[in-house]
Design a protein around this ligand. Structure first.
Ligand SMILES: C[S@@+](CC[C@H](N)C(=O)[O-])C[C@H]1O[C@@H](n2cnc3c(N)ncnc32)[C@H](O)[C@@H]1O
Length: 258
């Protein structure tokens, strides 16, 4: 079997099929276009078939390949970590505009936000927490692979945090189990990384209450939430934060300057 005939018959999306083949051959996708007549070895074909079957059954490609790109860098992922989403890159843009000196990432997962922040803003101090030890192990591995200096801690939200920051960022679980538009692929991801009670807002509300004690004057809390939740979050935070900006998937709250 050669690359071209496999790609023309694979029972999955064409781009996914190409990424699965490129991964099995340890080449990038340009190789497939340059050498469509390449004949698979038995071992390569076995891996391609098995990965394609998993994808056809609905497993996210990132778990099959073991990585996901985020802000131009490759992050290792497994079923202990949420797969980084492109919309989360918007948080990085907000952080870069604010130019903080000391950042805390709450619910770091694969470490994508903390590590990207440390690499995009060299010289700043970045800490990160997650309740999941297994996620923290993967985040540490990613920080080492990418050469980022981030301090990781296990903590339930800010329970174990004693320090102050000028920016706290969090992409906490905010999916409401009642939403009917969620994808079947979510079943493969850690449920504690996705779902929260109280219409998806339980953890975000707790963090809004905890954050002011750990933010310096003029400090920011940057949250990701679904657009449909922004108004409720802004109302909830209005007693504690005085400047609340919401754009796209990113809800930025700035601490009261009183
Ligand atoms: C939506 S995922 C985000 C992962 C990563 N920051 C990203 O953007 O891809 C939420 C993360 O929050 C963590 N988490 C859930 N509840 C938590 C809690 N009470 N305290 C700290 N982290 C929590 C989960 O383990 C998961 O890694």
């Amino acid at each position: 079997m050669n690359v071209n005939s496999w790609l023309n018959s694979a029972p999955v999306d064409h781009l996914d099929a190409e990424l699965i083949v490129a991964n099995a051959l340890q080449k990038d996708r340009t190789f497939l276009h340059a050498y469509p007549e390449y004949e698979f070895t038995d071992a390569e074909l076995k891996q391609v078939k098995s990965h394609t079957m998993r994808r056809a059954l609905g497993e996210p490609l990132a778990y099959i390949l073991g990585y996901k790109e985020f802000y131009g860098r490759i992050f290792k992922v497994n079923q202990d970590t949420l797969i980084p989403r492109p919309e989360t890159e918007a948080l990085i843009n907000v952080i870069k505009e604010l130019k903080p000196h000391r950042v805390l990432d709450v619910g770091t997962g694969s470490g994508c936000i903390a590590i990207t922040t440390a690499l995009e803003l060299p010289g700043i101090e970045v800490d990160a927490v997650d309740i999941s030890l297994k996620a923290l192990i993967m985040a540490k591995q990613n920080a080492t692979n990418l050469g980022a200096n981030v301090n990781f801690y296990q903590s339930n939200l800010l329970e174990k945090i004693e320090d102050e920051y000028d920016l706290i960022v969090a992409n906490l679980p905010y999916v409401d189990r009642e939403w009917d538009w969620t994808s079947p692929e979510l079943a493969y991801e850690p449920q504690t990384a996705l779902y929260a009670e109280d219409g998806g807002l339980a953890l975000i509300k707790q963090l809004i209450e905890q954050a002011p004690a750990h933010l310096r004057k003029y400090g920011y809390l940057i949250l990701e939430a679904d657009l449909s939740q922004h108004k409720k979050i802004a109302n909830y935070a209005s007693n504690l934060f005085d400047q609340i900006n919401s754009n796209d998937q990113t809800l930025a709250l700035s601490l009261c300057l009183r």
